[in-house]
Design a protein around this ligand. Structure first.
Ligand code: MSP
Length: 531
């Protein structure tokens, strides 16, 4: 290895999604959060790599494919092409790679990794009997086994899926995970930001402190999986296979330079799959002599009627239902703004429609169109030059600098909702500034000309700052605004603007020729959605 560490490397992953069904807005939520972070870091000039993909092996997929009368590979191909890849367009995701666990690069990498663990003595053969949830693809810990209700009275069911558990008894290969208990506890202690937020970290520590068992990593009762390299009567346990996507996608065992450039990653996961990422995964990496991830961040669930939205419980809403009416920018903004990242949140059409109208259309969109319209009317569509600065102008300039710094700090700690809230302080302040300065009144008397120029210069520069800071969240609207500002010609592509310097004042030169702006967030008739 021996490559230089890359301090500005930012490798971000989403979980890879099961292809047993089509995506709902809970899945899209993880994707959008990751995309906002990736776009932010890319725009900051960090060496960014954003990975997503699909998890295609295991019993869950096998059963769905069989029930539909097709081979699991055919089923996976169909779902990936018809549902999962199109999702990325629906919500405007800028991933750099898409990995499928049925790809050769992945299967070969998994075999290499397993063989290494086996050769180094981390794997042994044993007997096993326990309660398994196919929905979770996991032998359930006692804390998540509950008594069934309704049709399942008298049975033990999974606390997450509310479906009966299956008693599995097999000869399996085991990974000696218990040997890593102390090293894991030391890791959580030494690096308090390894698992975030703090509530997730506490949960993980409590779990590991109870004592770790070894992990069954192979199956013999079905064959839809990656063969165990030294014993092809077994296939690899689907989670062991799936977690490895994070390294096989960046060249593990094949391209050391690429691997060294990217690894370690920051992982975004839903809280239901935190344990796999914060316990099993680092233990696997330690066993293989690889670095553990930089961060594992667990976000909350989108709830419907107080429960996790899910297809199996028939509460799933397709992302296109939202974007067809409101557009992808509004989808991205709403879920990132309305739900504090790391906590559960409820989705409602009313809340979405209200925020769309108040914050996007009236707050941001209207601000942009008013300022550009006044520049067009009073200054032939050119950015006016600023004259003497008053206290009110200085306040806007200082606020712009401060929100840019604060938003970046919030993004560093995955607090996406707080980053957006900070940026919105500038939206609100600019709207207040325009109302107070009343440029239309200034325009009535030529004696106020310098003041009018200063006010509209300040407002236009404020829009420039907003376009740069909001690009990761609402890329379509900000692209329109950017070209209407004439900033494309004056400063170059929006994605190329150094986001950590967005608050530096006076970057859009006076005299820049502007262009007409299409309405950023058109009025929407929402009656039929207002359920
Ligand atoms: N295949 C595994 C992950 C393997 S990663 C090595 C898996 N797939 S999944 O399709 O079931 O879920 C993928 C992600 O979607 C998880 O992070 C999960 O938390 C998230 N969500 C599924 N339903 C959700 C909500 N209702 N709300 C928020 N996120 C949700 O698990």
């Amino acid at each position: 290895m021996g490559a230089m560490p890359n301090p500005s490397s930012f490798f971000l992953t989403t979980p890879i999604f099961y292809v047993n069904d089509a995506p709902h807005i809970g899945h899209a939520y993880t994707e959008v959060a990751a995309d906002v972070l990736a776009r932010w870091h890319r725009q900051a000039g960090d060496d960014t790599w954003f990975l997503t993909g699909t998890d295609e092996h295991g019993q869950k997929i096998l059963r769905t494919a069989t029930a539909n009368g097709v081979h699991p590979q055919e089923w996976a191909d169909r779902l990936v092409e018809s549902a999962w890849k199109p999702l990325l367009d629906t919500i405007n995701i800028s991933n750099d790679d898409f990995i499928r666990t049925t790809e050769k690069r992945h299967e070969e990498g998994v075999a290499k990794f397993l063989q290494k663990l086996y050769d180094d003595g981390h794997v042994y053969a044993g007997e096993f009997e326990a309660l398994y949830c196919v929905g979770c693809e996991e032998f359930k810990p006692k804390s998540e086994i509950v008594d069934g209700e309704g049709a399942f009275v008298g049975e033990k069911v999974c606390a997450i899926h509310s479906k009966p558990l299956e008693l599995l008894q097999e000869k399996n290969y085991f990974f000696k995970m218990s040997a890593f208990q102390d090293r894991l506890l030391a890791l959580y202690e030494e690096r308090p930001d390894f698992v975030q937020p703090a509530s997730a970290r506490n949960e993980v520590i409590a779990f590991v402190q109870q004592g770790l068992e070894d992990l069954s990593i192979s199956r013999t009762s079905f064959d839809w999986g990656i063969p165990i390299p030294w014993d092809d009567a077994h296939v690899t346990y689907v989670w062991f296979d799936a977690l490895l996507n994070y390294v096989t996608a960046i060249g593990y065992g094949q391209d050391d330079a690429e691997f060294d450039r990217r690894w370690p990653a920051s992982h975004l996961v839903g809280k239901d799959i935190l344990r796999f990422h914060a316990v099993i995964w680092p233990a696997m990496l330690m066993a293989a002599g690889l670095e553990v991830p930089d961060h594992v961040f667990a976000h909350g669930w989108l709830l419907v009627g107080g429960e996790k939205m899910s297809k199996s419980k028939l509460t799933g809403i397709a992302p296109s239902e939202v974007t067809d009416t409101f557009g992808s920018d509004a989808f991205r903004y709403y879920f990132m703004r309305a739900i504090s990242f790391g906590h559960d949140g409820s989705f409602s059409w009313e809340d979405l429609a209200a925020r769309y109208q108040a914050e996007l259309a009236n707050g941001f969109g209207n601000l942009a169109s008013r300022v550009l319209a006044m520049n067009a009317k009073y200054f032939e569509g050119r950015v006016p030059a600023a004259g003497t600065e008053t206290a009110a102008d200085a306040e806007i300039r200082e606020l712009a600098a401060s929100v840019a710094v604060r938003a970046d700090e919030k993004i560093e700690t995955f607090a996406i909702h707080e980053a957006i809230a900070a940026i919105w302080e500038l939206v609100d302040a600019l709207n207040g500034y325009i109302t107070e300065q009343a440029p239309w009144a200034l325009a009535k008397d030529p004696a106020n000309d310098e003041r009018l120029q200063t006010v509209l210069n300040t407002a236009t520069e404020g829009l420039r700052v907003l376009a740069e800071l909001l690009e990761p969240v609402v890329p379509q609207a900000t692209a329109k605004l950017w070209s209407a500002l004439g900033a494309e010609e004056a400063l170059g592509a929006l994605e190329g603007q150094p986001i950590r310097e967005a608050g530096r004042w006076g970057r859009l030169p006076a005299g820049t020729q502007q262009h007409p702006l299409a309405v950023l967030f058109p009025r929407i008739e929402t009656e039929e959605k207002g359920k």
